[in-house]
Design a protein around this ligand. Structure first.
Ligand code: SF4
Length: 350
């Protein structure tokens, strides 16, 4: 049974979500020009589309969301970080003490560089049966202390559905921490309404740690409404971090990153992760080498305090886990990394 059925009414943010550009025809009509046909879905909230119209098609904001013909190239992996090895339905159990739940197959915005672009968007979400399976999995795995809801974006679900998810998890005593990875508030700030605030306060009183990690790559994504939402969240007793992906032509200069991290820190959102881009099919045009990434990252050290510098990390392909991408011994990479089982593995990442 689908748990999204019988919703009482449509909230303001859901109305906003419905005005998003959702296909090539809507895109071409809004921007009054043709775009290449791509093999992936499109979704751009109107707020973001209007900013792109003002800033131009070459701007880092536009490059993240507008379709590009190189998305149809065949190079790259369908499972770049080896999720499949650890996936059981809608959950991924890669690390011992935390469990990732994919609550829905979509997001408020569809990013052209998404590392899950070949896995998401199939129209499915966690239904009542899979919620029971998650509950049983957690009962069988008391070593899991943290549940992470991650892309598809949890906050694209209605608050009543979110509540159902966390109510089930609240029944499991071994789960102490809950985390949300989201791009919603950066693209649809209207999502932060009274009902959601009330929900967040409720889970904060239950779990030891509630963490919200905003996905944002460039300072131009911020505006007054979004900063206002981040400031509101700052007043709640939760952890608020950011994660960004280092992307060619989007944020591949220290200036871009410093502007972003300073703006986030100003409203209490601490930079947490800077991801080296994964080798996902359809995202090659965003790739840059590890040597380039290390040079950019190194240059942050002189210009930002340590607490404002996120960890630069990469996912070793084949599911070998996250590792620091920076090496203080040199910019060039040998392509060898220590995996999560403490073994040295050879990769194609240079
Ligand atoms: S928000 Fe994250 S999961 Fe969703 S499309 Fe963007 S990168 Fe992918």
């Amino acid at each position: 049974m689908e748990i999204q059925k019988n919703k009482p009414s449509i909230s303001t943010w859901e109305k906003v979500l419905r005005t998003s550009l959702k296909n090539q025809k809507e895109l071409e009509s809004f921007f009054e020009c043709p775009f290449p046909e791509i093999n992936y879905p499109i979704r751009i909230p109107l707020r973001v589309a209007k900013k792109i119209k003002d800033l131009g098609f070459d701007h880092p904001l536009a490059l993240q969301y507008l379709p590009h013909r190189d998305e149809n190239l065949s190079q790259g992996s369908l499972d770049p970080i080896g999720d499949q090895k650890f996936q059981h339905g809608k959950i991924i159990h890669r690390y011992n003490n935390r469990l990732l739940v994919i609550p829905t197959s979509t997001c408020p915005v569809i990013c052209r560089y998404c590392f899950r672009k070949n896995e998401l968007y199939d129209g499915t979400f966690v239904d009542r049966d899979s919620l029971e399976r998650i509950k049983n999995y957690l009962i069988d795995h008391p070593e899991v202390e943290e549940v992470i809801f991650s892309g598809g974006d949890p906050f694209i679900l209605s608050t009543s559905v979110l509540r159902k998810y966390t109510d089930i998890i609240k029944e499991i005593d071994s789960v102490k921490n809950i985390r949300f990875h989201t791009r919603t508030f950066i693209t649809i700030p209207e999502r932060m309404d009274i009902e959601l605030l009330d929900y967040l306060e409720g889970i904060i009183s239950h779990f030891e740690n509630v963490t919200i990690i905003h996905h944002i790559n460039h300072v131009s994504e911020l505006d007054e409404d979004i900063l206002d939402v981040l400031s509101k969240m700052r007043r709640l007793p939760l952890h608020q971090f950011s994660q960004s992906v280092l992307l060619k032509n989007v944020n591949d200069t220290s200036k871009d990153l410093i502007e972003l991290f300073k703006s986030l820190a100003k409203v209490g959102c601490i930079p947490y992760y800077l991801h080296h881009p994964d080798n996902a099919k359809g995202t090659q045009h965003f790739s840059l080498s590890l040597e380039q990434g290390r040079k950019i990252y190194h240059s942050l050290r002189n210009q930002l305090p340590g607490w404002m510098i996120p960890q630069y990390i990469l996912d070793i392909p084949e599911g070998e886990g996250k590792v620091p991408a920076f090496n203080p011994e040199g910019f060039k990479s040998s392509g060898k990394f220590i995996n999560k089982s403490s073994e040295l593995v050879d990769t194609q990442i240079f």
